[in-house]
Design a protein around this ligand. Structure first.
Ligand code: TPP
Length: 572
């Protein structure tokens, strides 16, 4: 049967099981919008295309499915670029459909023409310009396949207006045929055996887990292997939640997980940074060893043999030299390793590990994460701890970027995968609020909370309208310090307290702003108001913006000064 491109678009999306599109119309895609009411796919009209990209990203991170957004050509397309780059850096599966001027006009500087393929090439997994309607269903099939397989990532599909208007027979390819693209899923058994032998002999091993565990759904395997070899575990920011910070004791009460060290890196815990520097074997699983983790690379993990599992071969030995590389899906590799250890368990491993855990426990005790909550000013860490306490940790937390993001990583105890959605690789202010909207679309009945700074929230605050108009009951907790807090802290420590450009006085009244948008606004000025404000917000099934006026000059500690080794932490 002959169908128009716009119709084919929706038929393909249905085949892929798409339930929601985040989008914003314009001339180049109006044929798709004209077709939309005939199809049972929900469209969320955003207020800025950057919001659409982050919403698709938040939906994808929360659910594990591919997020979809649809925008027009030119400025509509360029407005998504920050969202595309954010998803690319954090390996998030997403398909971004952009409108394009009609094919005969491409290259003529036509109205609202932009080379979005060229612009996004360095920050997509792949990008397609569909020049002929006969290619459309194959391209869309491939785009979804590429986005979700191997190392996931964003794919851009650029759709010229005449292609959307043209007609052809609709057939959805059953299989994808991309000869140049064959991600290695199954880990090489010989390499797994080598890892097994290195781990068997280790005296002071450390598991370093990252977002790859969450992507490959292998938290249970991680927990099992840590138990089998009795190794402590640390995570990158992207890995938080993949290993439980707390576990139930015999009476079912939650206790700190003795194997858990907290996050590693620039704002990592003292024990995690010391352990990674003293370990004799570092077992990296689904991590990138990026510079926020390693600090001064020449002094990183001087004593350790490094084992590294990653589905992306190009990330192995990219930043640190790896002794045992394993290319493959984390789940597959860990399952193979578990079979080896179950076949021949490590006898007396607890005794062998005792000195290592004695050392770790001394580090934990010597330099715990702390803050002092007095009677006068609200400490930002206190708000985060209260959110954790009142939700029992059972919420989807998104963050913006800044001090509040690092305090969330430090003070919210994540026990489950996909419970923290944050921009790790790109560090995108303005990510958290639209991402929360996307996550809430995936899980309408869960509590979704964006922990924000007063700077970041203003980068995509217009999406409050999207939340209100679509009854999306996300909560935002603004830790309002009237500063761009992270730059301010760097200026205090490394730039002679020259605070040029980091003071945010003059922000709007967030409570009134929330009300103007039709949302609920709440404020806490004093420590005793924090809990009542949170309780009230969590009861309301509407978007709520909470403004917590927090102590202005609180710092995030530990901090590894830029360029230093990660053992050179400033502790307060
Ligand atoms: C789009 C963007 N611009 C600039 C930065 C650099 N930057 C990182 S944190 C930060 C300040 C964030 O301030 P705020 O949201 O108020 O959070 P706080 O640090 O005070 O918790 C800035 C400007 C960034 N990460 N992203």
């Amino acid at each position: 049967m002959k169908m128009r491109g716009a119709q084919i678009f929706f038929e393909c999306l249905k085949k892929e099981g798409v339930e929601v599109i985040f989008g914003f119309p314009g001339g180049a895609v109006l044929d798709i919008y004209h077709e939309m009411p005939k199809h049972n796919i929900r469209h969320i009209l955003v207020r800025h295309e950057q919001g659409a990209a982050h919403m698709a990203d938040g939906y994808a991170r929360a659910s594990g499915r591919v997020g979809v957004c649809l925008v027009t050509s030119g400025p509509g397309a360029t407005n998504t670029v920050t969202g595309v780059a954010t998803a690319y850096m954090d390996s998030v599966p997403m398909v971004v459909f952009t409108g394009q001027v009609p094919t005969p006009l491409i290259g003529d500087d036509a109205f609202q023409e932009v080379d979005i393929i060229g612009i996004t090439r360095p920050c997509t997994k792949h990008s397609y310009l569909v020049r002929n309607v006969n290619d459309m269903s194959r391209v869309i099939r491939e785009a979804f396949y590429l986005a979700r397989t191997g190392r996931p990532g964003p794919v851009v599909v650029d759709l010229p207006k005449d292609v959307i208007q043209a007609s052809t027979d609709f057939k959805y390819p059953k299989k994808v045929d991309l000869p140049g693209y064959r991600p290695t899923v199954e880990a090489h058994s010989g390499q797994v055996k080598r890892a097994y032998e290195v781990l068997r002999k280790a005296k002071s091993p450390l598991i370093f887990a990252g977002g790859g565990i969450i992507i490959s759904d292998s938290s249970q395997e991680l927990i099992r292997i840590a138990d089998l070899i009795q190794a402590p575990v640390t995570c990158s920011l992207m890995g938080l939640g993949c290993f439980p910070a707390g576990i139930a004791d015999a009476k079912g009460r939650r206790r700190p997980n003795p194997l858990w060290l907290g996050m590693v890196g620039m704002h990592g815990t003292y024990q995690a940074n010391m352990a990674i520097s003293q370990a004799d074997v570092i077992f990296g699983v689904g991590v990138r060893f990026d510079d926020r983790v390693t600090g001064k690379i020449s002094e990183f993990a001087p004593k350790a043999k490094i084992i590294h599992i990653d589905v992306d071969p190009s990330s192995i030995s990219k930043n640190v030299v790896v002794d045992v590389p394993i290319v493959g899906d984390c789940k597959n590799a860990l399952q193979q390793l578990i079979r080896l250890f179950e076949g021949e368990p490590l006898e007396g491993v607890s005794d062998v590990r005792r000195p290592w855990f004695d050392q770790i426990n001394a580090w934990k005790k010597g330099h715990p994460l702390t803050y002092v909550q007095g009677n006068e000013l609200i400490k930002p860490q206190y708000v985060i701890e209260k959110i954790w306490e009142l939700t029992g940790g059972d919420a989807i937390i998104t963050t913006e970027v800044g001090q509040h993001q690092m305090w969330t990583a430090q003070f919210f105890e994540f026990d489950r995968p996909r419970s923290l959605l944050t921009s790790g690789g790109l560090g995108t202010m303005g990510y958290g609020f639209p991402a929360a909207i996307g996550a809430q679309m995936a899980f309408p009945d869960r509590l979704v909370i964006d922990i924000a700074g007063d700077g970041s929230i203003q980068m995509n605050i217009q999406e409050l309208c999207t939340a209100v108009c679509n009854d999306i009951p996300v909560k935002v907790a603004i830790l309002n310090n009237l500063y761009l807090g992270l730059p301010r802290q760097w200026q205090e420590l490394f730039y002679e307290k020259n605070y040029t450009g980091s003071c945010m006085e003059g922000s709007p009244d967030f409570v009134k702003l929330a009300e103007a948008y039709g949302a609920i606004g709440l404020r806490a000025n004093k420590p005793e108001e924090v809990e009542p404000v949170l309780r009230e917000a969590f009861k309301i099934r509407k978007p709520v913006l909470m403004d917590f006026l927090v102590s202005r000059e609180e710092g995030v500690y530990p901090i590894v000064p830029p360029g230093k080794s990660i053992t050179e932490m400033l502790l307060a």
